[in-house]
Design a protein around this ligand. Structure first.
Ligand code: PEP
Length: 252
């Protein structure tokens, strides 16, 4: 059983068009020789068309930072799966903690986004993670189980490549604090056990689980050395071409 590592860059609400083009071109160059791993970037929606052109013929996968479930209609501010597919997008981040905590997205809404993405053969990267308060009151596993089960209600997974999970402790996102590699491993193993209870064992063992939260060149190797850490979702460090290049060239 092999899980191809996936390093994903989430640019959030950063980059103007010129910066996006430069960063995308640099990432495409940096990823050109990496045949044993996948590299994904999620630019802001405003830059997706230009970035798609630049990534044409590259090894870099294009993702959206969010996705609606509906194909079209009265959904002001949302972007549909066919709109994204038309631009060459093949993956979408769903349930990022900033969507949950700043914009109030519920597990039920996130489940609709996951469902919509999968119905259109777009791969959702479903993010789950506990806040500092939940961690300090020892509710981490209960919170993760609730977010995972609710996010995947009525989802069937026949192909393990059709779904990616990201464990992103909220206290580690953009804070410079990272889960210790052994701690990340313990949580990833827990998530995999939950997946095994929800899906067929063979499928659960092959679904990729990324770690996210202040991943930088200095900690990527140790994180990727953990058995159940299959990649990383990277925010700040994905905005600098040199640091993202080092991260995608992890040894682990
Ligand atoms: C993220 O955006 O998902 C993230 C993990 O950000 P950062 O790497 O900056 O902590």
């Amino acid at each position: 059983m092999t899980r191809t590592p996936l390093i994903a860059g989430n640019w959030k609400m950063n980059t103007n068009l010129a910066e996006a083009e430069q960063l995308a071109a640099a990432t495409a160059r940096a990823a050109a020789d990496l045949l044993d791993r996948d590299v994904m970037i999620a630019p802001p929606f405003t830059a997706i068309a230009q970035v798609a052109d630049l990534l044409h013929d590259s090894r870099v996968i294009l993702a959206a930072q969010n996705i609606c479930w509906a194909e079209k209609g009265a959904f002001t501010g949302e972007i549909s799966p066919p709109m994204l597919k038309e631009l060459g997008v093949s993956m979408a981040i769903v349930g990022h903690s900033e969507r949950r905590h700043i914009f109030g997205e519920s597990d039920a809404l996130i489940n609709r986004r996951v469902t919509g993405a999968m119905e259109h053969q777009l791969v959702p990267v479903l993010c789950i993670g506990e806040t500092l308060d939940e961690r300090e009151s020892e509710r981490t596993k209960a919170v993760l189980e609730k977010q995972l089960r609710a996010g995947l209600v009525e989802i069937t997974v026949n192909d393990p490549a059709a779904l990616v999970l990201a464990y992103e402790p909220v206290w580690a996102i953009g804070t410079g604090k990272t889960a210790a590699p052994a701690e990340a491993q313990e949580i990833h193993a827990f998530i995999r056990k939950l997946l095994a209870a929800m899906f067929e064992k063979d499928i659960a063992s092959q679904i990729r689980i990324l770690y996210g939260g202040s991943v930088v060149p200095d900690n990527i190797d140790a994180l990727m050395g953990q058995e159940d850490v299959d990649g990383a979702l990277v925010g700040g460090a994905a905005l600098k071409a040199e640091s993202f290049e080092r991260i995608i060239h992890f040894n682990g």
